[in-house]
Design a protein around this ligand. Structure first.
Ligand code: PEP
Length: 252
């Protein structure tokens, strides 16, 4: 039992980067370098590239994901993209509650929970992003903040929904800053998250993949991935080039 049960997973988050041409060459480069690694791997691409990338990944082990998902099923919600739409294009994953969505676009714990529920309803695996700001860490609020972010979802969907979900611990102060959490700092929160889930459902807690995100790079990924409760990574900047993303993938 223990960590051996869990398959590792590395997810790239391209954010709002790339062109049609760079998206295509990046996906082809990643697929060409997967080798015999059996760990799971995915790219969360901008919405407009989802259709094209869904064709390119066919027959490969590279899975497709979105960076967000609507909090409603359908209707008069101009500019939104529903879980059903993403599902039609073979999206396996969707990020929900990324800190950039929470910070710049008003995602709240409640709307994040609704997005998570929409993903589950369409068989898309939500990658629920949680994590504290620097100020919250300095005020020893890390665990309270993460608990609150988890509780909002658990209260809406119930713990059983986490059977088909991934959690990403992403300290906000580490995202895009070059300032990575130490292996021990990350492990401490990952272990807490697993224990918090275990109180509600021990089987799901053992099984759920908890990814680390925040300036993960080829030179620090191995140490992070070696920690017992870190099951892989959510990779922003370093996922924009096949070489660095693959180096991280092959560290898992
Ligand atoms: C992210 O966007 O989820 C992320 C972890 O970004 P970066 O790796 O660039 O810090």
């Amino acid at each position: 039992m223990g960590e051996m049960m869990r398959q590792s997973l590395v997810v790239g988050n391209w954010k709002m980067n790339g062109t049609l041409a760079s998206a295509e060459s990046l996906v082809k480069g990643i697929i060409a370098g997967l080798g015999s690694n059996t760990a799971e791997i995915a790219v969360c691409v901008p919405y407009v590239y989802i259709s094209g990338v869904s064709e390119l990944v066919k027959g490969s082990r590279l899975a497709l994901g979105a960076q967000n998902i609507a909090d409603k099923a359908s209707g008069a919600y101009t500019g939104e993209i529903s879980a059903a739409m993403l599902s039609e294009f073979g999206c396996k994953y969707a990020l929900v509650g990324h800190s950039e969505r929470r910070t710049y676009y008003g995602d709240t714990n409640e709307s994040v929970a609704a997005r998570f529920a929409q993903a589950i309803a369409q068989g898309i695996i939500p990658v629920l992003c949680v994590g504290e700001t620097l100020e919250q860490r300095e005020q020893d609020q890390t665990i309270a903040v993460v608990n609150e972010q988890l509780d909002a979802v658990i209260n809406l969907t119930g713990i059983a929904a986490f059977d088909k979900a991934v959690i990403a611990y992403e300290p906000v102060w580490a995202i895009g800053t070059g300032r990575t959490a130490s292996d021990e700092q990350a492990q401490e929160v990952h272990q807490h998250i697993r224990q918090y889930i275990a109180v509600k459902d021990a089987v799901i807690a053992e099984k759920i993949q908890i990814l680390y995100g925040g300036s993960a790079k080829p030179d620090n990924a191995k140490g992070l991935f070696a920690m017992p409760d870190i099951d892989g990574g959510l990779i922003g900047g370093a996922s924009l080039e096949a070489e660095s993303f693959l180096k991280i993938y092959h560290s898992v």
